[in-house]
Design a protein around this ligand. Structure first.
Ligand SMILES: Cc1ncc(COP(=O)(O)O)c(C=O)c1O
Length: 359
């Protein structure tokens, strides 16, 4: 039977930031709108990011902000989205957005997409005539795979849908279009009563979840599929690899067969939204003893100690929003946001959208 909650249940969203960063300015949430004929709606032409900001004793701290913004730029580059934003501009913008949100913890969503020039509309697949638009929003977001998942783990399936092939839609670019594939995987899992689906790559090796990377633990060795298995180069995946190195655990990037999932001692997902979530069964086959494994628990503990600021991370992973110097432009580019190239232009910030009341 299809559990109807699978269709209606979403991640808890207690609060949404009421301002949105748009092309270098802050606008009201209600004004952050697009035309229905925008290129992105018809052809999936967007790239985006998902970043978590954690509560710490020193105030909100954004996890691996720079790495996320660099991946954002990389995704845009793959899709020939020419713009003049630099990684620092996006970092400054995200920091300022969190400051203005008043949220102690949140999920930050930058998105860059092909919009519509209403004076010179272009409706074809060719994306170049369409202007680019960039927004960053934020909201308080709960546990992605459910409140209990972090401790108890989730029941998942292997999807009948394959992950994208590297030369069709590159998994290493975080594009909106990739998430049609993710939606097929997720919907199939939900209607069959699972929390998540694991996709295989086009050769039949394990790739990743619809929105998470995956790790196996066998004989105390931690394994994860290589980037060539059509996985997103996850920032949390990289964090887990570094945490394993710190813990003295052997970590290997290698091709993983489907059957290796069933016989693993432990399995877990990693991702910004899912954080580190144990997997307790795959296709109704119990993994290990069906409970969170010891190595998973150790990695998870270290991860949450780092994100909460209680433990020194292996690198500069936390950006403490309240301690960051206010940059010269605070992520504002104002008139500089206008790109001079005739195509791929970022729309000029619309001063009229800037309600005086927004501080
Ligand atoms: C398809 C996919 N794989 C992996 C991940 C994990 O990546 P990260 O740890 O950078 O959030 C995500 C989440 O963004 C994702 O959507």
């Amino acid at each position: 039977m299809f559990p109807s909650s699978g269709k209606t249940k979403d991640v808890a969203t207690p609060r949404i930031c009421d301002v949105v960063w748009h092309d270098g300015e802050f606008i009201k949430w209600d004004d952050a709108r697009v035309h229905v004929m925008s290129h992105v709606l018809h052809y999936g032409s967007s790239v985006f990011e998902g970043i978590r900001c954690y509560t710490t004793k020193r105030g909100p701290a954004i996890f691996r902000l720079r790495e996320h913004m660099q991946r954002f730029l990389n995704s845009a580059k793959v899709y020939r989205m020419d713009h003049e934003w630099k990684v620092d501009d996006f970092c400054d913008a995200a920091i300022e957005l969190v400051r203005r949100s008043g949220l102690e913890q949140c999920y930050i969503r930058p998105i860059l997409f092909r919009s519509l020039d209403e004076e010179h509309p272009a409706f074809g697949v060719n994306p170049f005539p369409n202007p680019l638009a960039c927004y960053i929003g934020a909201w308080d977001w709960g546990k992605y795979l459910g409140d209990e998942a972090i401790e108890k783990g989730v029941d998942v399936c292997v999807s009948s849908w394959n992950r994208l092939t590297p030369n069709s839609l590159p998994a290493m670019a975080k594009s909106g279009a990739n998430y049609m594939n993710s939606q097929l995987i997720k919907m199939e899992a939900l209607v069959n009563g699972y929390a998540e689906g694991i996709a295989l790559d086009d050769r039949g090796y394990v790739s990743e979840g619809s929105g998470e990377n995956i790790f196996t633990v066998s004989n105390s060795i931690v394994n994860t599929p290589p980037l060539s298995s059509s996985v997103l180069p996850g920032i949390t995946r990289d964090s887990v690899i570094q945490i394993c190195q710190q813990l003295g655990l052997t970590i290997k990037e290698r091709a993983i067969q489907r059957a290796a999932l069933y016989v693993a001692d432990e399995l877990f997902f990693s991702g910004t939204a899912a954080e580190i979530t144990p997997i307790r069964s795959v296709d109704r086959i119990e993994i290990g003893n069906g409970k969170r494994g010891e190595i998973t628990a150790t990695i998870q503990k270290m991860f949450f100690e780092i994100t909460s600021g209680e433990r020194q991370p292996p690198g500069p992973w936390l950006t403490y929003v309240k301690e960051e110097k206010q940059s010269n432009n605070n992520g504002f580019k104002g008139e500089n946001a206008k790109v001079t190239a005739s195509s791929n232009t970022i729309a000029e910030p619309k001063a009229k959208l800037l309600a005086a009341s927004i501080k």
